[in-house]
Design a protein around this ligand. Structure first.
Ligand code: ZN
Length: 180
C-alpha cells in the first residue's frame, strides 16, 4: 500500500508492564512485531507516537499518576518492538499523537494518505490520535489485533467508536499484511 504510514501508539514499558501495566497488551505484541517487520520490508514509514511526560507539569498526571516520564525506562518502547534506525519517534504530552507535536508535518513530508494506527489504548490515546487523523483527512486503518485496552468492554467500545465515527477499517493484522 503506497502512501501508507504505521503509527504505533504508547507501546512503552509503563503501559505494558510498568506503572499503568495492561495485561491484555501482551496479546498484541507478536502481531504488531509482524506488522512492523512487514512494513519495514516494504519500506513503509513506521512512526512511534510515545508519551513522554514532564514531571510536575503535565496535567494528565493528576488523573493517571506518573507514567512514561521523560528520560525514564518507563517511557522506553518495549524491547519486543524495538525501533529500527529508519523508524521515527515522535514524543507527545497529551492523548493525541497530533497535539502540539510534529506528527502532521512529518506525515505530510512522507506523503502519507493512509494511516495504520495501532497500540494502546483503543478507547484513549488510539482514539484521540485517530480523531485528529480523521480531522486532518487521512484514511484510517486500525487492526483489531493491533490495539487493546484495559478491559474487553473498553476495547470493543473503542473499536466500535473508531469504526462508526471515523470510518476506520478494522482488519486483522494477517489480513492487513496481505494487502501491504
Ligand atoms: Zn500519558
Amino acid at each position: 500500500m503506497k502512501d501508507t504510514a504505521i503509527i504505533v501508539v504508547d507501546m512503552l514499558n509503563d503501559f505494558v508492564t510498568g506503572s499503568l501495566a495492561c495485561e491484555r497488551a501482551q496479546r498484541i505484541i507478536s502481531p504488531l512485531a509482524e506488522l512492523l517487520a512487514a512494513a519495514r520490508e516494504r519500506e513503509l514509514p513506521v512512526i512511534y507516537s510515545n508519551d513522554s511526560h514532564l514531571p510536575g507539569i503535565d496535567h494528565e498526571l493528576k488523573l493517571w499518576g506518573e507514567h512514561a516520564m521523560i528520560g525514564t525506562p518507563g517511557a522506553d518502547i518495549i524491547p519486543e518492538l524495538e525501533p529500527s534506525e529508519r523508524d521515527y519517534i515522535v514524543p507527545k504530552r497529551r492523548y493525541s499523537g497530533f497535539f502540539q507535536t510534529g506528527l502532521e508535518l512529518l506525515l505530510r513530508e512522507l506523503g502519507a494518505k493512509t494511516l495504520i494506527i495501532c497500540g494502546l489504548h483503543a478507547h484513549m490515546c488510539v482514539r484521540h490520535t485517530t480523531a485528529d487523523a480523521y480531522q486532518w483527512g487521512y484514511r484510517i486503518i486500525v487492526p483489531t489485533d493491533g490495539v487493546d485496552s484495559f478491559t474487553e468492554e473498553d476495547y470493543l467500545a473503542g473499536l466500535d467508536y473508531l469504526r462508526s465515527v471515523y470510518g476506520a477499517q478494522t482488519p486483522t493484522i494477517a489480513e492487513l499484511i496481505k494487502e501491504l
